[in-house]
Design a protein around this ligand. Structure first.
Ligand SMILES: [Cu+2]
Length: 125
């Protein structure tokens, strides 16, 4: 049995970290709930905007949404909170030609936590 002060300190440190980690993961973070166009889905024609719905309120001014497609980066304006604090919308400038598009988002939720992710959607068949 190793019962030295050092090993006890290590055990205490580990227990403290575990507790903090559990407390942290129990808190709500803004996760993507749904999107329009839908995650992994396809739309028949170019969308005029892209809407992301999160699990909690997000700060539009500290959040970023970027879109890229067959022609490279897609010019978008926003994001802004559309309708509710948990929704972010970007307006698409111009028309998206058929192909695969990639949406990357990073948001700061109302509890100041940062989360990020990405998804794809398709325009055309
Ligand atoms: Cu959080």
């Amino acid at each position: 049995m190793n019962n030295s002060p050092v090993s006890r300190a290590l055990v205490l440190g580990f227990a403290l970290c575990s507790t903090l980690f559990l407390a942290e993961s129990a808190q709500a973070h803004a996760l993507l709930q749904s999107a329009s166009p839908s995650v992994g889905g396809s739309v028949s024609s170019s969308p005029s905007s892209i809407r992301l719905e999160f699990s909690e309120g997000v700060e539009a001014r500290y959040s970023h949404v970027s879109v890229s497609g067959p022609g490279g980066a897609v010019p978008v304006s926003g994001p802004s909170n559309g309708g509710s604090k948990s929704t972010l919308t970007v307006k698409v400038s111009g028309k998206l030609k058929p192909g695969n598009y990639h949406v990357s988002w990073s948001v700061v939720s109302e509890d100041t936590h940062k989360t990020q992710g990405s998804f794809n959607f398709q325009v055309g068949q």
